[in-house]
Design a protein around this ligand. Structure first.
Ligand code: DXP
Ligand SMILES: NCC(=O)COP(=O)(O)O
Length: 255
């Protein structure tokens, strides 16, 4: 069974466009859970453009499903600069305080529009490994955001991480273009096989949607979890959140 973890970033983006709590983040997390979501994912960025540190505490207080916090482990403290919005404590500090079920480390720069690459562990492996060890000592499952690159995935295993999250943008774009989907999907399937050989669990995410998800779920062996937010939120504008979450579960082959 592939777990569906709903990413709430874009619901928070709407909330931040007014000085209000509407849409209420914990309430929408609960709607996702009531509709069958297996987990909730957030990506608190230093500029708090969408998910804020305070949201992470609010969610941690009410979630009864797995909580996955994603972000750049090197992101330090940042003043919010906005009345009524708390400061960003730094990614690792936030995770240390909350101790979510899972933490997915993502090598994002502050200026990025969105996550757009996996780790280069040839360069950053020695930096990442002790952070992985600390998170595991806190009882947090660790995952590294990775491109479907066999060599990099082998390096991911050497960091001591529990899982990788395959960065699925290249698959989503190939699917849109209807261009060489089988070849790209084969790269992800091989990457998942290498991960499993290395003792790593396999998650996946970024630009997965109702159209490309069934093929990915069927084509990538041993997939444990997908985290989906952008397309799911857009679909929810059309179909409603509960109906949309159920549709994504069906796209994962669950009835
Ligand atoms: C790591 C990844 O691909 C997503 O989890 C990320 O959260 C997307 O971030 P935005 O929602 O800020 O685009
Ligand atoms: N890790 C991927 C995620 O949480 C959501 O990515 P997206 O569906 O918003 O592209």
């Amino acid at each position: 069974m592939i777990a569906l973890s709903v990413n709430l970033n874009k619901i928070a983006l709407i909330r931040n466009s007014r000085d209000t709590r509407n849409p209420d983040i914990p309430a929408h997390a609960q709607m996702c859970i009531d509709a069958g979501a297996n987990g909730i994912t957030v990506h608190p960025r230093p500029d708090q453009r969408h998910i804020r540190a305070s949201d992470c505490f609010d969610l941690a207080a009410m979630l009864n499903v797995e909580f996955n916090i994603e972000g750049n482990p090197m992101a330090g403290p940042r003043k919010s600069g906005r009345d009524g919005v708390g400061d960003y404590p730094g990614f690792m500090e936030l995770v240390r305080e909350i101790r979510p079920a899972q933490c997915t480390l993502v090598p994002d720069g502050d200026a990025q529009l969105t996550s757009d690459h996996g780790f280069d562990l040839k360069r950053d492996g020695d930096t990442v490994a002790p952070l992985i060890a600390e998170l595991k000592s806190l009882g947090i499952r660790t995952s590294l955001f990775m491109d479907p690159d066999e060599e990099q995935i082998r390096l991911a295993a050497q960091t001591g991480a529990d899982r990788i999250e395959l960065y699925t943008e290249s698959y989503a774009r190939a699917y849109e273009r209807r261009d060489d989907v089988a070849t790209i999907l084969g790269q992800f399937a091989r990457a998942a096989e290498v991960a499993a050989e290395q003792g790593l669990g396999v998650n996946a995410g970024h630009d997965l949607d109702l159209h490309n998800l069934p093929g990915f779920a069927a084509g990538v062996p041993g997939l444990l979890e997908v985290s989906i937010g952008h397309a799911l939120t857009v679909d929810a504008l059309r179909m409603g959140l509960a109906v949309t979450v159920a549709a994504y579960q069906r796209a994962l082959g669950k009835t």
